[in-house]
Design a protein around this ligand. Structure first.
Ligand SMILES: [Zn+2]
Length: 296
């Protein structure tokens, strides 16, 4: 009983933070430390574009002091009706408690004309920017600003945590770049077009996908032409997100002599990445560089 009472008490006074996905939640915990209570709506193994809204989501959003969303239409299919149901002015679209993660991000793949009839769910540019660690530094700053507005008396703490996180990224980046350096220009295949920022940061080419268009499942004719291109260009590594059906990726791998690498953008999406954002990037850099080294 005493422990329960203590737990209830320690939750009081914390900023109540809801993040749409586990990557934003992980960075929010880095910045907020024990001053915040953070919940992610999506499981790390779910496709961020298509989340099954649970009955508790509206109540969670109703109680939130801060909401962190990726923006750029990442949550286009599911967040808006939940926000309407939550009726929480603290996190309405323009409130300081509503963090649009992509503020200040140099967006890639912004189309010059929008045509949703083609089924393209990246109609506002590619929303998977957070997997570039340099973008994680920008998002962390956006989050620190929102926390400071929500609870100004802890401003110094958020600023110190932000600085520590950014310095950790900078230190690890030197190692990550070193590990990836031998693979400059290497080509990989991915299931979904969620890797352009990672590819640009580490000098990779990730331009062929199992999906014919973002959000459209693989078709037999598209897969056949992909297999042909992979054979011609000797592409031997396929990145497979935790939320996709592995069967098609395995079939393409067996036809092309490629290896599949389980990947995720979300801490906890693959085993051994539960420790947070930096551990996730460690895992990606390790597993992708190993796969490329073995595929040569
Ligand atoms: Zn996407």
């Amino acid at each position: 009983m005493a422990a329960l009472a203590l737990a209830a008490q320690s939750a009081i006074g914390k900023i109540n933070v809801v993040a749409t996905t586990a990557d934003f939640a992980a960075i929010a915990r880095e910045i907020g430390g024990d001053k915040v209570q953070v919940t992610a709506l999506a499981k790390p193994t779910e496709d961020p574009h298509f989340i099954d809204a649970k009955p508790g989501f509206i109540a969670m959003l109703n109680r939130a002091d801060v909401l962190i969303e990726g923006g750029a239409a990442l949550e286009h299919g599911w967040l808006q009706p939940l926000l309407q149901g939550a009726r929480n002015p603290k996190i309405s679209g323009t409130a300081p408690g509503h963090v649009h993660g992509n503020d200040g991000i140099n967006m890639l793949g912004v189309p010059t004309s929008v045509d949703r009839s083609r089924g393209d769910i990246h109609a506002e540019g590619n929303p998977h920017y957070l997997i570039d660690p340099m973008n994680a530094k920008i998002v962390a700053a956006n989050i620190a600003e929102a926390f400071s507005k929500a609870e100004p008396k802890s401003y110094e703490i958020y600023r110190a945590n932000l600085k520590a996180f950014q310095e950790k990224i900078d230190a690890r980046m030197l190692e990550w770049q070193k590990q990836m350096a031998p693979h400059k220009g290497a080509s990989l295949v991915a299931y979904h077009d969620s890797w352009p920022y990672f590819a640009e940061r580490f000098g990779l080419k990730i331009e062929m996908f199992l999906e014919p268009k973002p959000g459209i499942p693989p078709t037999p004719s598209h897969v056949a032409s992909l297999v042909q291109k992979m054979r011609e260009q000797k592409v031997r590594v396929i990145l497979v997100d935790a939320y996709v059906n592995r069967r098609q990726a395995d079939s393409v791998a067996s036809k092309t002599g490629a290896v599949t690498v389980p990947v995720s953008h979300f801490p906890g999406g693959v085993k051994g990445t539960e420790g947070g954002y930096i551990q996730l990037v460690d895992y990606l850099v390790n597993s992708i560089s190993q796969a490329l080294a073995g595929a040569k």
